[in-house]
Design a protein. Structure first.
Length: 131
């Protein structure tokens, strides 16, 4: 039981890390003219609100919350990698931007790995409610 609580805490901490990475990316200039994302409520919700919400849901121990977190991290990782490839190929972004992007990519990958491990472990299926 304590092992599963620890896994929920790890997932929640990783979600807070993704939130912190989003805040760091917002503070770093990407090196090129971009539309101001501050005006886009949907993007701000995805970038800032969802990681915190996913972390809170992971702490409840609900399996659907862990699955939602894995799905969110998959989308986040794909966006991070696409941005990273574009940033490296154009060479117009700062080193700080690339480092933060690599960090958020690693955090999203960790969410996928730890969340997937939790979801695919048969013991966790027996010790948690199906809903």
């Amino acid at each position: 039981s304590d092992v599963y609580k620890r896994q929920h805490h790890i997932l929640a901490i990783l979600c807070v890390g993704v939130f912190a990475g989003a805040m760091a990316l917002n503070s770093i200039s990407a090196g090129k003219a971009q539309t101001d994302p501050q005006n886009n409520i949907l993007w701000n919700t995805f970038q800032y609100g969802l990681p915190l919400l996913m972390g809170a849901v992971c702490l409840t121990g609900k399996r659907w919350g862990v699955m939602a977190t894995v799905i969110y991290a998959t989308i986040g990782l794909s966006l991070d990698l696409a941005t990273l490839v574009q940033s490296i190929t154009t060479g117009s972004d700062s080193t700080g931007f690339i480092v933060v992007m690599l960090t958020t990519s690693l955090l999203n990958f960790s969410l996928i790995a730890f969340g997937g491990k939790y979801l695919l472990t048969p013991i966790s299926l027996k010790n948690t409610l199906p809903y």
